[in-house]
Design a protein around this ligand. Structure first.
Ligand SMILES: [Zn+2]
Length: 297
């Protein structure tokens, strides 16, 4: 994977995708335990154009970062999995060795250029490149950045309350990827209500997938970009918002937040940026009868 070729313009802001990796390791049933194959009857055609393998069983998903440039700032939204990480219950994504920094530099961004790292939540695949390993120690990858994230996420993942089955895949990522940022004095917290962080940048609570996940809205010159993180993992969920992913920690809240995000994106006609969607990972949600539909952009 690598840098997305498309650059989205939202008012004065540009947004570009950095795909850390793409995988077809999950069947639709693995990813969405409520999966019903009759979904394919209506949706097969668009799914096999890059959203699902031809076997009609394995879905395609990605992990990535959004690179945002405003007239004043260089911002990263979520930092993927990272290199050299030790995730004891997640061996397939441990010890990656990917040229992520090179990809960033290909987009014209050096680690020193990054002013803000905005984190929607603290699962391992959203915080990994917060840090890099130097001489056996974890240090901030973006030394001049403020790292901004929901305080309730920090409280939970720092405590033994999060040491449970649902959160096993992220074990050890707080210690490797979040704590060193706090110890370096680079962390800033968003309170439980969310709200505007910088002019035009708003955190909006959308919990359920994780305890304090927040979506991020960027507005510029009347246009809006909406980063709803893991309220959905795949566009199949646009059509079946009641289907949680296997990674959702708090099921009922996750469904509520998904419906909220779909209505928000559709009614405001915002560009929707996912973290794990295949292809461009970006597109538009619109209303369709009682439900919603998806179009890649
Ligand atoms: Zn995720």
């Amino acid at each position: 994977m690598a840098l997305g070729s498309k650059i989205y313009q939202v008012g004065d802001i540009t947004v570009r995708r950095l795909h850390e990796l793409e995988t077809n390791a999950y069947t639709a049933k693995d990813l969405l335990p409520d999966w019903d194959p009759s979904f394919l009857e209506q949706h097969k055609d668009w799914l096999v154009q890059g959203s699902m393998e031809d076997d009609l069983e394995h879905v395609i998903i990605t992990i990535g970062t959004w690179i945002v440039r405003t007239p004043k700032h260089t911002i990263l939204i979520d930092t993927s999995t990272g290199n050299n990480k030790n995730l004891p219950y997640n061996p397939g994504l441990s010890n990656l060795q990917l040229p992520y920094i090179q990809w960033l530099e290909d987009a014209g961004v050096t680690p020193e250029d990054v002013d803000y790292v905005l984190l929607t939540h603290l699962h391992y695949d959203h915080v990994g490149w917060n840090t890099k390993q130097v001489d056996g120690k974890w240090v901030p990858t973006f030394p001049n950045a403020k790292y901004v994230f929901p305080q309730s996420e920090d409280k939970y993942y720092a405590s033994s309350d999060s040491h449970n089955e649902a959160n096993k895949v992220s074990f050890n990522s707080y210690e490797e990827s979040v704590l060193p940022i706090i110890q370096a004095g680079l962390a800033e917290y968003i309170g439980p209500e969310g709200g505007e962080y910088l002019e035009g940048i708003k955190f909006i609570p959308s919990p359920g997938h994780s305890i304090g996940q927040m979506s991020i809205s960027l507005t510029s010159r009347g246009e809006e970009a909406f980063f709803a993180s893991d309220v959905m993992h795949h566009p199949i969920q646009v059509y079946r918002p009641e289907w949680n992913s296997c990674f959702c920690e708090f099921d009922e809240q996750a469904r509520e937040s998904r419906l909220w995000a779909l209505a928000y994106a559709a009614d405001r006609n915002t560009l929707y940026f996912g973290t794990h969607f295949p292809g461009s990972s970006a597109g538009y949600v619109s209303r369709d009868g009682d439900g919603f539909k998806w179009r890649y952009e």
